[in-house]
Design a protein around this ligand. Structure first.
Ligand code: C2E
Ligand code: CA
Ligand code: CA
Ligand code: CA
Length: 275
């Protein structure tokens, strides 16, 4: 048994060492990525269920690594948060998204994800003001998507920033709603303009009564609190039509369109208007 244990130990040690090495390599590459112009934004439509057309886009960052190809945000955003790089990346995303949205029709909103780190270790307000001024867009077109962790970090520091953003006319959405352990209590801490119900809740709604009941209840809750309700991860026509019979304002998901390069936005808007 003892020999076995040693074997495991060695195995884990070398595996851990190579994992740490890979992480360091990725971190080094991440530090260069911004200056080497390796980031790009893709845009996924937000689809208004009443108007039956696209009403905005969410900006989703893409890292085109020179040798690894495309690295998913789930792999590098958490790393960027840990090493503080998410502040610079986040500033770049804000500026780029506002500049690209400036070319779209006035009524089309732009949603940008903001990490908790940006609230605590950057001058988020100044960054947002600069991005809006530089692009010359109305603040009312900008939506910032935050997860519960943003609030959890430090409510006393974050709340004044959120209120200042709202005073500017910027909208605040609670992202991934339902996944945090205390989502409900956070709903009363701040007047969110929108909740985005996490995609994990949409999966079974067409097949299973219980999943549908939960979705129904969350939508009613958001609606009762006067928030716009978006359901993420809508992948089928059946899910879309089920949500049409609910007090759901917007959907987002592969059924409408996967995230697409900025060059595709005009085509998506055109198709959404004629369709
Ligand atoms: P998120 O903010 O919840 O973004 C939605 C994610 O769901 C995106 O993944 C999108 O591609 C994916 N998705 C969209 N429709 C569907 C669908 O119908 N089915 C399924 N299964 N998935 C769908 P993506 O682009 O890989 O981004 C993952 C996460 O990375 C985002 O989750 C967000 O938390 C983070 N992220 C992306 N861009 C940024 C950014 O610029 N800044 C920050 N701080 N985080 C970002
Ligand atoms: Ca989001
Ligand atoms: Ca989400
Ligand atoms: Ca409503």
């Amino acid at each position: 048994a003892k020999a076995d244990g040693r074997k495991h130990e060695r195995f884990f040690t070398s595996e851990m060492a190579s994992r740490i090495q890979a992480r360091h390599a990725l971190e080094a590459d991440l530090r260069l990525a911004l200056h080497s112009d390796e980031f790009e934004l893709h845009y996924q439509p937000l689809y208004d269920l009443r108007q039956q057309r696209i009403c905005g886009f969410e900006a989703l960052v893409r890292w085109n690594h020179p040798t690894r190809g495309r690295v998913p945000p789930m792999e590098f955003i958490p790393l960027a948060e840990e090493v503080g790089l998410v502040v610079d990346i986040g500033r770049w995303v804000l500026r780029k998204a506002c500049r690209e949205a400036a070319c779209w029709p006035e009524g089309i909103k732009i949603a940008v994800n903001v990490s908790a780190i940006q609230f605590t270790s950057s001058n988020l307000l100044a960054d947002v003001d600069e991005a809006i001024a530089e692009a010359a867009i109305s603040p009312a077109r900008l939506e910032l998507e935050i997860t519960e962790s943003v609030l959890m970090e430090n409510l006393d520091d974050t709340l004044p920033i959120l209120h200042a953003l709202k005073e500017r006319g910027i909208r605040i959405s609670m992202d991934d709603f339902g996944t945090g352990y205390s989502s409900l209590s956070y709903l009363s801490s701040f007047p969110f303009d929108k909740i985005k119900i996490d995609k994990s809740f949409v999966c079974g709604i067409a097949e299973n009564k219980e999943a549908y009941a939960i979705m129904h209840a969350i939508i009613l809750l958001g609606d009762a609190l006067g928030m716009r309700v978006t359901v993420e991860g809508v992948e089928t026509a059946e899910q879309k039509s089920l949500l049409e019979s609910e007090e759901c304002d917007e959907i987002q998901g592969y059924y409408i369109s996967p995230p697409a390069p900025a060059a595709d936005v005009a085509r998506l808007l055109l198709a959404s208007r004629s369709g």
